[in-house]
Write a protein that binds this ligand. Structure first.
Ligand code: BYC
Length: 473
């Protein structure tokens, strides 16, 4: 079904054919708009932004581009096309027909997954709401806003499922999604990372590289769900999500590129000299990376999780690209897991595969994160620098799971809490790092200019030149 833009809520789910659902969503819509006004990007409501909007759900030509004011963006409900005869791809009901309705016995667990997913979307908009004021260029400003409006749409995607399939409970959860706020001490967002402030652009690029990539893995595993409307919704969200990770990866590459230019000009890799020249020194870059990577690892949940086992068994949540695996029930298989024991040593234990599903996802995620590191290290190598960037061990700085509260160094050795406290400022952004990074964040809005701490992108958006006026202020 094509997307109907003449509707108040654009959609391809025949909303007009279900009056009570349409009314319920039209009731939620002004609350969303009010939330966007108060918690979304601060102060740019009047700007024309060169945004893409979804116009179809197939790979060919799914989006159109144009100048739009953000409050006028057409947030809508778009599901990937149904695959007739789709069957469940994993778990106890492997091979049976996918569900078009929620089986009663799985209702609360499925609602919890949808709410957790939905909660992250507005959270990220809230986290980034002040960034527009310190944008390094109009190109970057536009990318920030593109991501923000799409995260808003991803909230719509989850709210549609809550309203359409979970009755009154779902409607209440949809309200709560606008009532919790990132970093709010009384009503925080559900997952840790989404309460961390993102108040500088280095953090923003780290977030879109590492945290949006968690989004990719979680969405991919939900795209396998036996609950077909969830699978179809998340499939389409993934299409939009790819750009968010592109912004993170290229953003970080551009920061490194500029740093290397400065290091070459000055013929030194001394942090203080690089900082004095207005670029991000690589040790600071590494500390930001250590923080956002370790925080994003927590988003996968505990290594050993009965929730994860049950979500897999029941067919609610699979593994990304489930078809790549030979075996889809995972009843007898085991997963070898290294976990700390009381005496301070590390033991390998065999855990039933279903209980280790969070760790299976986390392992694939870490491999994916490494690809960026390889590319950035090639940049360093080509420029003749001996410095290298690295992902810290996945035991480092964890607050969820078996490594939570265990002090580890960057390579994963267990150390004393005192030693961790002594080394913390070498490994994670210190107060001084944050002050320095903040000092670089000066707003640049002339079309052909870039802030001094970041190199220009290689190309513009949608074949436009880099100096195109992507945002008309
Ligand atoms: N912080 O058995 P456990 C994205 C909770 S990002 C705080 O360990 P389980 C995006 C957990 O909720 C993707 N709490 O793991 C990116 C549970 O609480 P309840 C978001 C945490 O249940 C950028 C309890 O601990 N999508 O889309 O398997 C911009 C025990 O849980 C954390 C999803 O996450 C944490 N880090 O949970 C915009 C997919 N980790 O239920 C968007 C949906 C765990 O006992 N969520 N807890 O109160 C899930 O699949 C699962 O809920 C989790 C793992 C992956 C979070």
């Amino acid at each position: 079904m094509s997307i109907d833009y003449s509707e108040k809520i654009p959609n391809n789910v025949d909303l007009a054919g279900d009056r009570s659902l349409q009314r319920a969503l039209e009731h939620w819509q002004p609350r969303f708009v009010e939330w966007w006004r108060t918690m979304g990007p601060s102060d740019f409501a009047e700007a024309d932004v060169y945004l893409r909007t979804a116009v179809g759900v197939d790979a060919a030509g799914w989006a159109s581009y144009g100048q739009v004011r953000m409050p006028d963006y057409r947030w809508g409900i778009f599901l990937a096309d149904a695959k007739p005869g789709r069957t469940i791809g994993f778990g106890d009901d492997y091979g049976k027909p996918a569900w078009q309705q929620v089986p009663g016995e799985y209702r609360s667990q499925l609602r919890r997954l949808i709410v957790t997913q939905g909660d992250t979307e507005p959270a990220s908009v809230e986290q980034q709401r002040l960034l527009g004021h310190t944008c390094p260029s109009l190109y970057d400003l536009r990318n920030l806003f593109q991501i923000n409006v799409e995260e808003g749409r991803h909230l719509w995607a989850m709210v549609y499922l809550l309203h359409a399939y979970f009755g009154r409970d779902g409607r209440e959860e949809a309200e709560s999604l606008l009532e919790r706020h990132s970093g709010d001490p009384d009503k925080p967002r559900i997952l840790g990372t989404f309460n961390e402030p993102v108040t500088d652009w280095l953090s923003f690029f780290m977030f879109t590289y590492f945290t949006d990539r968690d989004g990719k893995y979680q969405l991919k595993s939900l795209a396998e769900s036996a609950f077909d409307p969830l699978a179809r919704t998340t499939q389409f969200m993934l299409t939009e999500e790819a750009h968010h990770m592109f912004v993170g990866e290229t953003g970080l590459s551009r920061v490194i590129k500029r740093t290397l230019e400065v290091m070459t000009e000055l013929a030194t890799d001394e942090s203080s000299a690089v900082r004095d020249a207005g670029a991000v020194d690589l040790p600071t870059f590494q500390r930001y990376l250590n923080f956002w990577f370790s925080s994003s690892l927590d988003l996968f949940g505990s290594e050993i999780s009965s929730n994860a086992a049950s979500s897999f068994a029941t067919g609610l949540k699979g593994r990304p690209d489930e078809s790549q695996y030979d075996e889809h029930r995972c009843v007898d298989s085991m997963f070898s897991l290294a976990a700390p024991v009381q005496d301070g040593s590390v033991k390998i234990q065999d855990v039933p595969m279903r209980n280790a599903m969070n760790e299976v996802l986390r392992t694939s995620y870490v491999r994916d994160c490494e690809l960026g590191l390889k590319r950035w290290n090639r940049q360093l190598e080509r420029s003749g620098s001996a410095l290298r960037l690295a992902l810290p061990s996945s035991r480092f700085n964890r607050t969820i799971g078996v490594w939570s509260g265990v002090s580890c160094d960057l390579t994963g050795n267990i150390i004393s809490a005192d030693e961790f406290a002594r080394k913390k400022d070498e490994w994670l952004p210190s107060g001084e790092d944050r002050v320095f990074v903040k000092s670089l964040m000066q707003r640049v809005v002339e079309p052909a200019r870039m802030a001094g701490w970041i190199a220009p992108p290689e190309r513009g958006i949608n074949s436009l030149p880099i100096d195109y006026q992507y945002v008309r202020l």
